[in-house]
Ligand binder design. Structure first.
Ligand code: FDA
Length: 511
């Protein structure tokens, strides 16, 4: 637009005079339902966590640009929300009670598929499910390498890398980004052609909330067979037996051909009827027919005792619905399924297989969980190992066998024990230290974890601390990004030297 925005010190009048009418203020009846609409982690839905001064839901790129400028002219910090799935609530909270506005992209969820060029333009507020649904409608043999949960927002997912069942074949979501539109701190819309190369690199995995608002992404779609094979099975047993199965998985999951994906989640439910047993559930996807899946897996992993009856042949989009836990492909478009849980999660990377003896100790540790404790192991290798560790900010490529995600989940009725539960998870994490990557101990930025350290912003624009905020941020930033951290700081200094876009773990500019 040619007209400069009308500044105003009050966000509501600024928005109205700039033609942005869809917003909610704390006094409004709509405020709490809108705030809660994609608030995934309910431990941030308590009175002690500060609430935004306004929630704006822009309906166009232009309204989004105006919302950024109005936030700045009214001296509010900006928190951008796409799907609201941040493990630490970073899209709808601020540090030190700094006043802030949530710019919620839920209404910016258009997805335009171009099957001829196998590309897609998607607004950041689209969920992965909406994207999968649109791809599935257009062509049975096209797919996008995204994650398993259908309500994750594209904005946060891609900003942090984006791993999923197709990543061993096609890499992360960020490895398939062709272009993007970034709204910068001055409200300008930049594309790949007009943005600095370091910045285009940084927005593809350097974490959400540091660079501006990504309004939309141009993504490469990938070819898949019209029919693929999937399975979702459980194996249950005492810790020592399950330990053997996990131990063997380490030699299978990361080493199978690119077309094979088999991840596992090991969990323990103290109150369940299965005594001291652990459950190991497997998520499997093979880009090929049943008989191929069965013959390869029974040779590589006979201990799994995979039966033909456990396999199904489906289209890729049907598999996406299945693994998201949905009844039908149509449910992929729902933004409300499964929103809201009490949990804490942490992550690690494993570079060398854990010995069977040590795996027994890991499994036994889990059977002492005070409530549902779990560990999710995602296999790397294949394309993940062939893509260079500096091609994008995401550094965990060759040499990283698999990622581990530790979780503890509880019910609302157990909230008085949340401190104990999170304490158990933190001690499990300490216990795992000898077995995982070191110097630094790696972590995945999309599994954001404030235990690793935090910025201590005290002003709306972040206002750098008196001591070196860059070296402070390096203490967790290098764990997410390894050697790529320095280039992220360079990119930040170019695109946002005033630190307008910040959060508890954002990349600080250098001074
Ligand atoms: P949310 O809106 O909370 O944003 C996350 C961060 O990105 C915030 O800091 C936010 O400010 C910023 N941000 C959001 N939109 C932005 C935009 N348009 N421009 C710039 N910054 C923006 N991950 C994975 O790789 N593979 C997986 O399979 C899964 N599975 C999974 C399941 C479940 C149930 C959950 C809760 C999470 C995952 N994840 C995952 C992790 C997920 O990728 C991560 O939480 C994403 O950051 C969520 O993105 P949202 O947009 O939903 O979150």
């Amino acid at each position: 637009g040619a007209h400069p925005p009308v500044p105003a010190h009050d966000i509501a009048s600024c928005l109205v005079s700039n033609g942005v009418t869809n917003f909610s203020l704390p006094a409004s009846k709509s405020f709490k339902p809108i705030l809660d609409s994609s608030l995934r982690y309910l431990r941030f839905d308590v009175p002690s966590v500060g609430k935004p001064a306004a929630i704006v839901l822009p309906a166009s790129q232009r309204e989004l640009q105006r919302a950024v400028l109005c936030a700045r002219s009214s001296s509010l910090a900006i928190r951008v929300r796409s799907g609201g799935h941040s493990y630490e609530g970073l899209s709808y909270t601020s540090e030190n009670h700094v006043p802030f506005v949530v710019i919620d992209l839920a209404n910016l969820n258009q997805v335009r598929v171009d099957p001829a060029s196998a590309t897609i333009w998607a607004e950041s507020g689209a969920t992965l499910g909406q994207l999968y649904h649109a791809v599935g409608q257009s062509n049975r043999t096209l797919a996008f390498p995204g994650g398993t949960c259908s309500t994750i927002g594209l904005g946060g997912f891609v900003s942090g890398g984006g791993f999923g069942l197709l990543s061993r074949k096609f890499g992360l979501a960020v490895d398939n980004v062709l272009d993007a539109t970034l709204i910068d701190p001055s409200g300008r819309a930049l594309t790949r052609a007009t943005m600095d190369a370091d910045v285009f690199w940084a927005i593809r995995g350097g974490g959400g909330g540091s660079w501006g608002v990504v309004y939309a992404w141009k993504l490469r779609l990938v070819p898949v067979p019209g029919t693929i094979t999937v399975f979702d099975i459980d194996r249950r047993g005492p810790a020592d037996l399950i330990a053997g199965l996990i131990h063997k998985w380490q030699y299978v999951g990361p080493h199978l051909p690119d077309e094979f994906y088999i991840s596992t989640r090991i969990y323990f439910k103290p109150k369940s009827t299965n005594g001291g047993n652990l459950t190991m559930s497997f998520t499997g996807q093979v880009l090929g027919p049943k008989h191929l899946a069965l013959s390869v897996l029974n040779k590589a992993y006979p201990e799994l005792r995979l039966a033909e009856s456990e396999l199904s042949e489906v289209s890729w989009v049907e598999s996406a619905a299945k693994f998201a836990g949905l009844f039908s492909v149509a449910d992929l478009t729902s933004r409300q399924i499964g929103v809201g849980e009490y949990a804490k999660r942490k992550s690690d990377y494993v570079q060398a297989p854990i010995s069977e003896q040590d795996m027994v100790k890991v499994a036994r540790y889990m059977t002492a969980a005070p409530t549902e404790g779990s560990i999710q192991l995602n296999p790397y290798g294949a394309a993940m190992a062939r893509i260079g560790s500096s091609e994008t900010p995401f550094p965990h490529r060759a040499g990283f066998l698999y990622s581990a995600q530790y979780a503890i989940d509880w019910r609302a009725s157990e909230n008085d024990r949340s401190g104990e539960y999170m304490g158990w998870l933190r001690s499990f994490y300490e216990f795992m230290a000898p077995f995982v990557s070191k110097n630094p101990r790696g972590a995945y930025v999309n599994y954001v974890d404030l235990d690793l350290g935090t910025n201590n912003w005290t002003t709306v624009t972040g206002g750098p601390l008196s001591f070196s905020s860059v070296s402070h941020a390096a203490s967790w930033g290098q764990r997410y990004f390894l050697h790529n951290f320095d280039r992220l700081v360079r990119a930040k200094s170019k695109i946002d030297p005033l630190n307008v876009f910040n959060n508890a773990q954002s990349i600080p500019p250098s001074h």
